[in-house]
Write a protein that binds this ligand. Sequence first.
Ligand SMILES: [Zn+2]
Ligand SMILES: [Zn+2]
Length: 268
Amino acid sequence: MTVLHVADLHFQKRWFHWLSASAPQHDLLVIAGDLLDLAQGGCPASQMAWVSDWVRDYPGRLCLCSGDHDLEWDNLAEIWRPAYWLRDLSQPGVWVDGERFDLGGLSFQSIGFSTKPKGGAADVWVVHAPPSHTMVARRRANGCDAGDPELRLGVRKYRPRLVLCGHLHDTYAWRDQQDSIVYLNPGRNDRASFPNHIIWDTAQNAGRRVTDVAAGSIEPDPDQVAAVTAEYTANIAEPEDGCKVLANEAPACGTSARGLCVNTDNPN
Ligand SMILES: [Zn+2]
Ligand SMILES: [Zn+2]
């Protein structure tokens, strides 16, 4: 079975159109959050309506989870609410926040951005922010681990085989593996004509990332990656409880109210 995994579409309509044409040939399309872009201004309701129509018209199987850009602002209470609009899109062959399903001999769990506690007993997680202490959670710009520590705890508890995520647009790596758990994050290139995506063969437990090379490389320098990976690996300590954590403090970075690292210049 092949899964096409994207994330962080941020309401780029051309990328949604590309997915409609290119993704149905795969057994499942996964969109790991940030379908909308609250930073674009305008009325979020119109973005929700457009994406909702797109989901209803999508001709293949589709698993979605909400990201921070998909939440609903409650004017009265002045708080962010879960992405109820996304939950309303659940239908046969379309799975959304909180739903679990079986496909190709694997169980899948969609985990919404505001879900608590985070995690669930399934082989494959679809979740927006990556678990912390993974290479797919580390910003290339400043080395900050912008992953979600709560998800890290969930991974320890439930031990999924595969975690499909997004949120970090520009990371040290699109793939990480720790013990037998694989973490994937396709990243994002604003200039690309199609979205960065990962095609993953679940039987082989292997795959590749595809990016729009003509739009300019987003690949980091291989020597830089090797150096950072070596440093990262050297800094992982194994405390008594068996959980791997970084021995050294992560570089200074902002932390949002939700506990995630944020970069206010380039919100994810
Ligand atoms: Zn995000
Ligand atoms: Zn994003």
